[in-house]
Design a protein around this ligand. Structure first.
Ligand SMILES: C[S@@+](CC[C@H](N)C(=O)[O-])C[C@H]1O[C@@H](n2cnc3c(N)ncnc32)[C@H](O)[C@@H]1O
Length: 291
């Protein structure tokens, strides 16, 4: 009987040879194969290394072969095939109604956004929530917080609601359909987090097939990618408490954003992403007063 590692290596070779695009939870064929193999074996991806040398039974091998086939033939992100994604150490349900969770914000959430917040936030808004992953992960690290997950897409919010249910957070996490801040009423938040659409028009025109499986609404950020980012910057102050903070992923639109807001004192947080694609910025409420 082959080991799980041997099956994963075969999957990796096939993914590599197929010339797929990665970027929906992994950024290379090896990690994607380990993720699929873990799912096929019924374990979390984080447990793959510890189980890799154990034999994989025929059912596991057959599941992995089917997933590999579909991943290649359909150019479908793995997360949509297996209906789950891992974000900030937590498992989320996902389907094609919502973007695949992968924001680099997750790298900071796991550690409670240390050292950036003076105190734990009591009221949190996750704007452009999609599957709800950011707000739900924040609810996990800040157990006293009440969290609003908002999105303009009712379809995405249905996925977020499923995740609220699965994480048993209905008592303090709610969903709200809003066009960015329109519809929030007079609420004020200690922390606003957002991973808005920020792909510019040129990049949208050349997206690999995998990205076309996601809702276009989740990605398209206007001509230079800054349409939603600018609306968030202009709108956020009114919805932040005095000592509140705004944390946003701007991804590849970072340069365009800095050109559009040359006097805004962005603090750019380091992430694992190469070439600025994971660019995440933080601003305090006072930084937004000058806009
Ligand atoms: C890049 S996805 C991020 C989803 C999720 N936060 C994540 O990190 O996986 C952007 C989200 O913005 C939402 N969106 C697009 N336009 C919006 C608008 N005008 N108001 C609120 N949300 C919007 C999309 O529906 C999508 O869920």
């Amino acid at each position: 009987m082959k080991t799980l590692a041997e099956h994963a290596a075969e999957c990796e070779a096939r993914l590599r040879a197929a010339g797929l695009s990665f970027g929906h939870g992994t950024d290379n064929a090896r990690d994607e194969a380990a993720w699929l193999a873990s799912f096929a074996a019924g374990i979390a991806p984080g447990d793959f290394a510890g189980r890799a040398d154990l034999p994989a039974d025929a059912a596991c091998a057959a599941r992995l072969a089917r997933l590999t086939e579909k991943r290649i033939a359909m150019r479908m992100p793995a997360a949509y095939l297996i209906k789950e994604a891992w974000f900030a150490g937590r498992r989320f349900y996902v389907d094609r109604r919502a973007a695949v969770p992968r924001s680099h914000l997750g790298e900071w959430i796991a550690d409670g956004l240390r050292p950036w917040l003076a105190k734990p936030p009591r009221k949190i808004l996750d704007l452009c929530t999609g599957s709800g992953c950011i707000g739900i992960a924040l609810a996990g690290v800040f157990p006293e917080a009440r969290v609003t997950l908002s999105d303009v897409s009712a379809a995405a919010l249905a996925v977020a609601e499923e995740n609220v249910r699965r994480h048993q957070l209905a008592k303090r996490v709610r969903t709200l359909r809003c066009d960015l801040f329109d519809g929030l009423g007079g609420a004020a938040f200690d922390l606003i987090a957002a991973n808005p659409p920020y792909v510019n028009a040129r990049a949208m025109a050349g997206l690999p097939a995998e990205y076309l499986r996601e809702p276009a609404l989740a990605l398209a950020g206007g001509e230079d990618g800054t349409d939603f980012l600018a609306r968030i910057l202009h709108g956020a102050r009114r919805y932040l408490t005095g000592g509140g903070n705004l944390i946003v992923e701007a991804g590849g639109a970072r340069g365009a954003l800095e050109r559009r807001f040359p006097r805004t004192p962005f603090t750019w947080l380091a992430t694992s992403a190469a070439d600025g694609e994971g660019a995440v910025f933080l601003l305090g409420a006072a930084d937004l007063d000058a806009l």
